[in-house]
Write a protein that binds this ligand. Structure first.
Ligand code: 5GP
Ligand code: MG
Length: 448
């Protein structure tokens, strides 16, 4: 998960980075940070909290310079969040560097142990720190060569931006699992960001996506210099389209909103022979809205806001205990009694992970007077934990590894339950390429 941004060649670098991070707040709300470079020095400010809380005027005026990198961290229960905020900064033989990272390195433990055996001292629990050590211990004279050698020992899903005192190195793994795009700022310079929704807010024009296996260097010449480091084997993450990205982003040429609408249409097509007469399509806000609109457009069943969301509550998903998750779902979502009274509802959410949200919602809608609640999920059953950067829980916590579809239907107390098939998911995003689908099909294709 997480969001990263790089701004190069703009006197307002840190401010623009903070605006971009604000636009990508949905990718991580636990901690945020920015490093700027100015006159041969790197300045870093990072803290727990939201972008709007951490980056006040004082913080931004400290972050001088015409280049900056930034990060939003996604909360994962049980880790030390202050220490694990990014960017990670270090002084080493060639000067100073700072790094931001989105993704997950699958050979991190092995590399870390090897580094520790050779005397390295680690300060954080993050796999990103491996890269710093690999760069620092290398003996090449140029940072670029050190980064390349460090990457040769790095396997996994990653987007990195490494900032030195005068350059930025942007790298996307050879599978392109996590998204990363390049844009040109109208006020001068360049931006690299996890999602294109950041471009609109900072006033940038989309140039292109960073290619899988590519390194971009900003600072060597006027234009970003491109080096193809690794043979590409493109497999972007399907879950970005299902849930994670903002609907107005375009990821690798595909508008996220449109793919979600297609997912809803596919669900509706699978229901054409259903004997049930649905009175309305109700989305679970916000993540189920585009798919519900697609379902409604395809089927002709009217779309209604049967559930209202309170926006002043954080994400329920990462609360550490089941009791807290239950309470939070209740505080977050409320039924529209007058609309759903006596009606047969077709309720759509983007995914079922543990089953907490869906179970609460069905019960809540029935208590509020719904006659029947039919649940539809705009993704396939999640049966495998993701090791490529999405924070799905352990296998034991995933409801679909523990129960069949019928058992889940009973457990969430729905009148019927249907998921999107893997084929329909691929069809909704586009059949022109392969995707990372490991949460659904268990194909862990990134091999150490
Ligand atoms: P469940 O309650 O079944 O554990 O999770 C399903 C709900 O959590 C859905 O409403 C979905 O939108 C949301 N969700 C699915 N995956 C993630 C994730 O990785 N992070 C967060 N914050 N929410 C998620
Ligand atoms: Mg949701």
């Amino acid at each position: 998960m997480c969001a990263i941004v790089g701004i190069y060649g703009n006197d307002n670098a840190a401010r623009l980075a903070s605006i971009a991070l604000f636009a990508m707040q949905h990718r991580g709300q636990e901690a945020t940070g920015i490093s700027s470079s100015c006159d041969g020095k790197i300045y870093t400010k990072k803290d727990r909290g939201l972008v709007s809380e951490v980056f006040n005027e004082e913080a931004l005026s400290y972050l001088k310079g015409d280049m900056a990198i930034g990060h939003n961290r996604y909360a994962t229960a049980g880790r030390d969040s202050v220490l694990d905020a990014q960017p990670i900064y270090a002084k080493y033989k060639l000067g100073e560097i700072s790094i931001v990272h989105n993704g997950n390195l699958i050979n991190k433990d092995e590399v870390r142990q090897d580094l520790i055996d050779k005397g390295a001292i680690f300060q954080t629990g993050m796999d990103t720190e491996n890269l710093i050590h690999l760069i620092a211990k290398n003996t090449k004279d140029h940072l670029k060569d050190r980064i390349v050698e460090a990457l040769n020992r790095t396997i996994g899903a990653y987007c990195f931006i490494v900032q030195s005192r005068s350059k930025q190195f942007v790298i996307r793994d050879r599978y392109g699992i996590r998204p990363l795009s390049l844009g040109k700022l109208k006020s001068g310079g360049y931006i690299v960001a996890s999602e294109t929704c950041a471009f609109d807010l900072v006033g940038a024009e989309f140039i292109r996506d960073v290619r899988p296996g590519e390194m971009l260097i900003l600072g060597e010449s006027d234009e970003p210099e491109s080096i193809q480091l690794f043979e590409p084997e493109f497999r972007p993450c399907a879950f970005e389209y299902v849930y994670f990205a903002r609907p107005d982003s375009v990821i690798d040429g595909k508008n996220v909103y449109t793919t979600r609408e297609n997912m809803g249409k596919a669900l509706a097509k699978n229901d054409v022979n259903s004997k049930i007469k649905f009175d309305m399509v109700v989305p679970v806000p916000d993540s189920g809205v585009p798919a519900a609109l697609g379902y409604s457009a395809q089927s002709g069943v009217p779309f209604k806001y049967g559930i209202i969301r309170n926006h002043y509550i954080g994400r329920t998903f990462i609360e550490p205990t089941q009791e807290m998750r239950n309470l939070k779902v209740k505080m977050k979502l409320s039924p529209m009694g007058s609309i759903i009274q006596g009606k047969t509802l077709l309720v759509i959410d983007d995914s079922i992970v543990r089953g907490t949200t869906s179970k609460r919602i069905v019960r809540m809608l029935k208590e509020a007077g719904a006659k029947e609640v039919h649940f539809r999920v705009a993704s396939p059953e999640i049966k495998f934990p993701c090791f490529y950067g999405i924070d799905t829980p352990t296998k034991e916590e995933l409801i679909s590894t523990q129960m069949t579809k019928d058992e889940v239907c009973k457990y969430i107390e729905a009148d019927s339950l249907e998921y999107l098939s893997i084929d329909d998911l691929v069809g909704a995003i586009g059949e022109d390429r392969h995707y990372a689908l490991e949460s659904f099909d268990g194909d862990y294709f990134v091999k150490a």
